[in-house]
Design a binder for this molecule. Structure first.
Ligand SMILES: Cc1ncc(COP(=O)(O)O)c(C=O)c1O
Length: 478
């Protein structure tokens, strides 16, 4: 594809500027002469259609959830409804300034308050903060809350956080960042943690347990209530990584199961864009014992309307500028209201059914190490293809040739040659069937024509890259 500068033609023009509606000023009065350019910047000169074509072509080189199936386990790459964007573009929202007085932003404060309330109801918590900017930021906040709780209670010896080997990778990182020592706990044979395993690790130095639920094997942690009791007996707290809430809505309420802190990934469960599509959102819900430490400001409802409360002596302080990512909150609230309670329950049902359908259809072709009903995702292993010289990476690359995104690979670490598949609820049956037939075809190719997999992908804008070199000699400039 040509670069814009290559198609540039002198005199071509594709922009229109509105008439000047302010007083014209001489730039030289504002900047010292030495900072001014001698010549105009060498921008490409192109017409409007050329610019449009250029960017449309560029955008289609990238793979995204609006182009096709994206079964990236652990990431919940569900369709982001367009109505979310429409709501977030309403001028009355986009023109707000975060420093406006409370009485001029009552609607915005109410929106945040209501979203907190809905998320709380959905998970069994009375107190929710929407300050964190991402899931891992919610984890960091959760751990800072655990630290504040123990400090307040004089538990200075509590330095350890237990983290099962099936937890999300960000958990130990957040734990270390918050000044705790992370202790890896080996899950039981069935891929989940059991109270007797927990008891072996649970000494007086344990500040809390960080439990991803459903865990990264896509399995529900059935003993969560018993484990919460064990932890509380030792004055340790239960943190639940709730990024996988897509599997639980309307069925399981962590706040009622003894969880003290839970983080939500608004950009997973609540259909707000990931990464490049905009900022994230990773609020937390907390139990009564943790509530005093929540970050400021809290949004409260008083006699004269909503207000920002900074007067919280035990608060850990601020963790983000202003009140979190408001634009993300608008989208998440839109999603919740558009679905309603029954709709959210249906989301969960469909996400779980879709995952179980794929798992059942693929488990005779690919090794399924934990063969049990899964939640919203499941983990296969590509280890049976090693004898043909084929690795999971090759399978993933070959999937790209079929115009689908690959599942997450080599994660979780407890499954060798892992292929972690999360179809989400927004995929119809025919898309799932197509994925099944692609996966079966690739398994056959692995046996009969392994070279095809080793050379894949062939149908993508760039072919197989040297990933080790790309990591070691990162060069993001052209
Ligand atoms: C289970 C789980 N925990 C935590 C995270 C981290 O969230 P984020 O990427 O928003 O930091 C993710 C991300 O996908 C996740 O799947």
């Amino acid at each position: 594809m040509e670069l814009l500068k290559e198609i540039s033609r002198e005199g071509a023009k594709g922009f229109r500027l509105p008439p000047l509606d302010v007083e014209e000023v001489d730039i030289k009065n504002f900047f010292p002469e030495k900072f001014l350019r001698d010549n105009p910047p060498p921008l490409p000169e192109v017409s409007e259609p050329e610019v449009v074509r250029h960017f449309v072509n560029l955008s289609s080189l990238n793979y995204h959830v609006d182009r096709g199936f994206y079964p990236l386990g652990s990431c919940t790459m569900k369709y982001n409804p367009r109505i979310n964007e429409e709501m977030a573009s309403i001028e009355e929202f986009t023109n707000l300034h975060p420093l406006q007085p409370d009485d001029t932003v009552q609607g915005a404060l109410e929106l945040i308050y209501n979203l907190q309330d809905y998320l709380g109801k959905l998970t069994g918590f009375k107190h929710v903060s929407l300050h964190p900017a991402a899931g891992a930021h919610g984890e960091l906040l959760g751990l800072l809350l655990i630290r504040a709780y123990h400090k307040k209670h004089g538990n200075h010896h509590k330095k350890k956080i237990l983290i099962p080997d099936s937890a999300h990778g960000t958990n130990p990182a957040s734990c270390t960042r918050a000044g705790f020592v992370s202790v890896k706990v080996t899950s039981g044979e069935k891929g989940i943690l059991t109270p007797d395993i927990l008891e072996k690790y649970l000494d007086d130095e344990v500040a809390g347990l960080m439990l991803t639920n459903p865990n990264t094997l896509g399995l529900f942690e059935t003993y969560i209530v018993e484990m919460a009791e064990l932890l509380h007996e030792k004055d340790a707290l239960l943190y639940m990584d709730g990024a996988n809430l897509n599997a639980l809505m309307g069925y399981f309420y962590p706040g009622k199961a003894g969880v003290d802190i839970l983080h939500y990934n608004l950009h997973k469960t609540f259909s707000t864009p990931h990464g490049g599509g905009g900022p994230g959102g990773g609020g937390v819900g907390v139990s009564e014992r943790v509530e005093p430490f929540l970050p400021v400001p809290r949004i409260e409802k008083g006699e004269n309307g909503f207000y920002l409360d900074y007067n919280r002596p035990d608060s850990i302080g601020k963790i983000i500028s202003f009140y979190g990512h408001f634009n993300v909150m608008i989208k998440a609230l839109t999603y919740i209201l558009a679905n309603g309670p029954d709709g959210l329950k249906k989301v969960t049902e469909t996400a779980v059914i879709n995952a179980n359908y794929l798992m059942t259809q693929l488990k005779d072709t690919y090794n399924l190490p934990y063969d049990t009903t899964c939640m919203h995702e499941f983990v296969l292993s590509g280890n049976t293809f090693k004898k043909y010289g084929v690795r999971t990476l090759d399978i993933a690359k070959r999937i790209l040739d079929h115009n689908m995104h690959a599942p997450t690979i080599y994660f979780p670490l407890i499954v060798p040659e892992a292929l972690m598949i999360e179809p989400t609820e927004t995929e119809p049956r025919w898309v799932l069937d197509r994925f099944i037939s692609v996966m079966k075809k690739i398994a056959k190719e692995a046996e009969e024509e392994p070279e095809l997999l080793k050379k894949a992908p062939q149908n993508t804008p760039v072919k197989r890259l040297d990933e080790a070199k790309a990591v070691r000699e990162l060069d993001v400039h052209w």
